[in-house]
Design a protein around this ligand. Structure first.
Ligand code: SF4
Ligand code: FES
Length: 237
């Protein structure tokens, strides 16, 4: 059984946190905080607020890896702050906002550009009347299952170097969602969606770097979805 001393133990963590006022240049600021050893990165951010500066801004909601609101970069890698154990980070850790999105304040980014691209592929399912049972291969089904797990956290968008080079590129999450619908025979808009997904700013712009798949906290594998979109477009041409 744990002793009282063990249950109240904390760990000293040195954080470098991105701080940025609206309309100003940002910078990394050093903080030293006491954190619960079994906590998550988000607990370290709460510790900054509670122990040093209550104005430090970050997003958090479910704290269960469901809402996707807490995505940040931890030592340069996109992660959900509520799902990243402090036991996995070093004693000195850097926390920065997602890339390729305007910073509203500190770690809070404006997700409008991300959702605008999501919207461009018409992400809502619109059923068509079926004259026969819908069919889908097991392999396609596997990709679709993955794609529908997306929680719109924006981690893949931040990790994608092509989004950084070409801000018009639709990006991994939007294309994964497009595939989830294009592969569904019941979808009434599959042709129009495929046209958009492989259009000027779509799947062919991807350079297969795969960062999206590495950082996705839900195993969505956007790169596989992008490759599936390309194959479908070639079959249709
Ligand atoms: S595909 Fe993965 S990383 Fe990208 S927004 Fe969805 S859950 Fe986040
Ligand atoms: S707070 Fe909801 S996923 Fe982290």
């Amino acid at each position: 059984m744990a002793t009282a001393q063990e249950t109240t133990a904390t760990r000293t963590l040195d954080l470098r946190v991105w701080r940025q006022e609206p309309g100003s240049e940002g910078q990394l600021v050093n903080y030293s905080v006491e954190v619960p050893p079994e906590g998550m990165v988000v607990d370290a951010l709460f510790a900054v607020q509670a122990q040093i500066d209550p104005t430090c801004a970050f997003r958090v909601s479910c704290r269960a890896g469901i809402c996707g609101s807490c995505a940040v970069r931890v030592d340069g890698r996109e992660r959900l702050a509520c799902q990243t154990p402090l036991s996995l980070v070093r004693d000195r850790v850097r926390i920065e906002p997602l890339r390729h999105l305007p910073v509203l304040r500190d770690l809070v980014v404006d997700l409008d550009p991300f959702f605008a691209k999501y919207g461009a592929i018409h992400p809502e399912f619109r059923p068509r009347p079926l004259v026969a049972p819908a069919r889908i291969t097991a392999a396609e089904r596997g990709l679709v299952e993955r794609a529908i797990n997306c929680i719109s956290c924006g981690a893949c968008y931040s990790a994608c170097d092509i989004v950084g080079l070409n801000p018009s590129f639709l990006g991994p999450a939007a294309l994964a969602r497009a595939w989830a619908l294009v592969a569904d025979e019941r979808d009434a808009d599959a042709d129009a969606r495929l046209h958009e997904a492989v259009g000027e700013n779509g799947a062919w712009r991807c350079h297969n770097l795969g960062n999206c798949a590495v950082v996705c906290p839900k195993g969505v594998a956007p790169l596989l979805a992008i490759q599936a979109l390309r194959r479908r477009a070639l079959w249709r041409s």
